[in-house]
Design a protein around this ligand. Structure first.
Ligand code: MG
Length: 253
């Protein structure tokens, strides 16, 4: 099932996407009962979750490690992005004036279904609602300047998510691509992940409790590069869909 969050201008709700129709969902986390249906074109698609936290993983693709000439890490490197960075499909990424170099990073995002604390790798799957596309937008110059990553990763609009949460895909074998102005710049497969989705859920849950709606960004493959105002970036993941966002300057152009 593809689960989205929608607005009809009056209210916001979850829905199951069935072709051109959206069927209202009572609560995809606990009671996914279908209700009223709407023509999709009458609704605005929002970010599919409002996470309490987004836990992100640094270097986690073998091809990206090769590209950077870096040894494979023996444990995941974690950082957080704030919930205020989240935007939905079609919303604009704002290129902040404090940065000279803002990069895209296409990533598979895991959406947590229920509270996870000290979960084993074997049981991690039970705690996952599904998967969506993410763009871990990064002010690369500030990341290098600061040494720690909070400022570089946390600007408002630096976490596009969507369009939908796919609940039935196999996270171990999905193609992940990024298109910049229609040209493919990143292309890999989650079979290149150094730490699998289930290993990440387990590892993180031994540090912090993961709550319903929290997301885990699983790292980006080779081919990261910069964006500028006027660009359009699209993250495309097999079985999930296409997350499209354009980039604007602070003046809104
Ligand atoms: Mg990243």
């Amino acid at each position: 099932m593809l689960v989205g969050r929608f607005s009809n201008g009056r209210e916001t709700f979850y829905g199951a996407v069935l072709g051109d129709t959206v069927m209202r969902l009572k609560d995809p986390f606990t009671a996914p009962e279908l209700g009223e249906s709407y023509p999709a074109e009458r609704l605005t698609t929002l970010a599919p979750v409002r996470p309490g936290k987004a836990v992100c993983v640094g270097l986690n693709y073998r091809d990206h490690a090769r590209e950077l000439n870096m040894p494979l890490p023996d444990e995941p490197i974690l950082f957080l992005k704030p919930s205020t960075a989240v935007i939905g499909p079609g919303e604009a990424i704002v290129h902040p004036s404090q940065s000279e170099r803002v990069d895209y990073e296409a990533e598979l995002a895991v959406v947590i279904k229920k509270a996870a604390r000290r979960v084993s790798v074997e049981r991690a799957r039970e705690y996952i609602l599904g998967y969506t596309c993410a763009n871990d937008v990064t002010a690369r110059d500030l990341q290098q300047k600061d040494g720690q990553w909070t400022r570089a990763k946390s600007f408002d609009t630096f976490l596009p998510l969507g369009p939908y949460i796919a609940t039935d895909v196999d996270p171990s074998n999905l193609s992940v691509s990024l298109y910049l102005n229609g040209t493919r710049r990143q292309h890999s497969n989650t079979n290149q992940l150094i730490f699998s989705v289930y290993e990440l859920v387990s590892f993180i849950s031994h540090i912090m409790t993961l709550e319903p709606g929290d997301v885990i960004l699983t790292g980006t493959p080779a081919g990261v590069g910069p964006v500028k105002p006027g660009d359009t970036v699209e993250v495309v993941i097999e079985g999930i869909g296409r997350l499209t966002n354009r980039v604007i300057g602070e003046a809104g152009l």
